[in-house]
Ligand binder design. Structure first.
Ligand code: ZN
Length: 481
């Protein structure tokens, strides 16, 4: 198998996005993004096409992190229990989710080890060696690795798995303000990434009871899926000195004092692929945003017996021109009906198709078809590079607008939680006084979870949706994955 996948003729598959859960599993299977037949539940095999999408996402993440002064590191997978136990709150959060390694060969290990569920406890003992002076700060690192969590809930490809392809940035700063600046930078990176993936997102400061184990506060990055649930794509954490005290990460100030560093982390995972699948796909299959599509353009020559050679020649010329211009291009010259080829590449979500038939060659143009709305446009051969730039841009816009509309049309502002009965499912924005009991009541009424506080508006002036007390805090509730 290669990135093109199984290219034999295939019976048309029925896909119906209205049955979202079934549709999601089918589209992943038939488009060939991963193979779930590996004999460990929740550990799927990345197939070439799916892995290429993930690698392209990773390359954008690397560009962003390298471009903002982070250094890429790669830490060991195993963490000795002695280090893992140092930060008590953190351990409590992961206790039920870690895999243990207790034997080496025939010997029981003196110190059992965990497979990293995340890397704080692997990195921070080393950070305490690396950070010596204020001149070592800020220390900005990241890694892209696999992490392991023993999920007991129902697993789902890319969304809930036990071996997770994971991105994690870890930074150390001289003071709280500099750590806050880092969080601002993380959110700017998220904005640019969301633009490339055509996925609008919510940032919500998680309530105390839902923050990351060991964090001072957590900002959740959530997107809205077509089944009316939110999917957490990533999170950003302010640790203050919660880890640097137990792990003894200190620096010498210009005045000669020794102080603990302030730390942040920023994490995202293969859920980004799950969001692309879920949000953009339709009843024909995937639609991959151009910036992360393994093939941005597929060229389909319409081969007639008598004209085969000159049509192929033209198609190859187009392919070479587009590759020269920097596009990722595939040509499908198989000897099967064009309809089958269209079907195959639509299922795999290639954003643009170029058709070249005998009439096109005679009239000096090709037909360019967008995957999003299947709109066709004829473009002169010599203008194809510009045409492809424009059409890919249009695909991006359409994907982003559709996703934004989906989120917007499912967002409801209510004054009291029980009004939400009338507006239905989706995202519910409501005031909250800050009392946990009020939120618990609202969660029960709505049958949803609190995503957290909207820190973006800053101008809310209303009442708690439960007790009616005046408040400036607006919060969002949703059903979550
Ligand atoms: Zn209240």
């Amino acid at each position: 198998m290669d990135e093109k996948g199984d290219i034999s003729d295939r019976m048309e598959i029925e896909l119906n996005k209205k049955n979202f859960s079934e549709w999601y599993n089918d589209v992943i299977k038939f488009a060939g993004l991963c193979d779930k037949r590996y004999p460990i539940k929740g550990m799927n095999v990345w197939t070439p096409y799916g892995w290429k999408i993930m690698r392209l996402i990773d390359s954008h993440i690397r560009d962003e992190l390298d471009g903002t002064g982070h250094g890429e590191v790669n830490f060991p997978l195993l963490i000795p229990n002695s280090e893992f136990q140092k930060e008590a709150d953190h351990i409590k959060g992961f206790d039920s989710q870690v895999y243990w390694v207790t034997r080496g060969g025939l010997n029981e290990l003196d110190v059992p080890m965990v497979l990293r569920p995340t890397s704080e406890t692997a990195m921070y003992p080393m950070f305490s060696l690396w950070v010596r002076s204020h001149t070592d700060l800020p220390l900005k690192t990241y890694q892209i690795v696999n992490t392991f969590r023993y999920e007991t809930k129902q697993t789902r490809a890319f969304i809930r798995v036990r071996e997770i392809h994971f991105f994690e940035a870890h930074t150390c700063h001289a003071d709280f303000e500099d750590a806050e600046r880092q969080i601002k930078e993380d959110l700017e990176i998220m904005d640019r990434l969301s633009n490339k993936l055509c996925i609008p997102y919510l940032k919500r400061k998680r309530p105390e009871w839902d923050k990351f184990a060991g964090a001072d506060y957590t900002i959740g990055i959530d997107c809205f899926m077509p089944d009316s649930k939110t999917l957490q794509l990533g999170s950003i954490h302010q640790y203050r000195t919660n880890f640097s005290v137990p792990y003894d990460i200190k620096y010498e100030t210009p005045e000669g004092d020794h102080k603990n560093v302030y730390q942040t982390t920023y994490g995202m995972s293969e859920r980004l692929v799950g969001a692309i699948v879920g949000i953009h796909g339709d009843n024909r299959g995937l639609i991959i945003p151009p910036d992360v599509a393994p093939f941005q353009v597929v060229i389909v020559p319409i081969l007639m017996k008598k004209r085969k050679d000159d049509i192929l020649e033209k198609a190859e010329w187009i392919r070479n021109e587009l590759i020269k211009a920097g596009f990722r291009v595939e040509m499908d010259a198989r000897d099967i009906r064009p309809g089958n080829k269209f079907y195959h590449w639509e299922l795999k979500g290639v954003p643009l198709r170029i058709e070249v038939g005998p009439r096109d060659v005679d009239s000096g143009h090709a037909v360019v078809v967008r995957r999003t709305d299947r709109a066709k446009r004829t473009v002169k051969f010599e203008d194809l590079v510009d045409g492809v730039v424009q059409e890919l841009d249009e695909v991006k816009k359409q994907l982003y607008e559709r996703a934004k509309d989906l989120m917007k049309s499912n967002t409801h502002n209510v004054t009291f939680a029980d009004e939400a009965y009338n507006v239905g499912r989706g995202l519910i924005n409501v005031g909250w006084c800050g009392n946990e009991d009020c939120s618990t009541e609202m969660e029960t009424t709505l049958d949803m979870s609190m995503l957290g506080i909207d820190t973006t508006t800053g101008t809310y002036d209303g009442k708690c949706g439960q007790c009616g007390s005046p408040t400036k805090m607006l919060v969002t509730y949703a059903k979550t994955y």
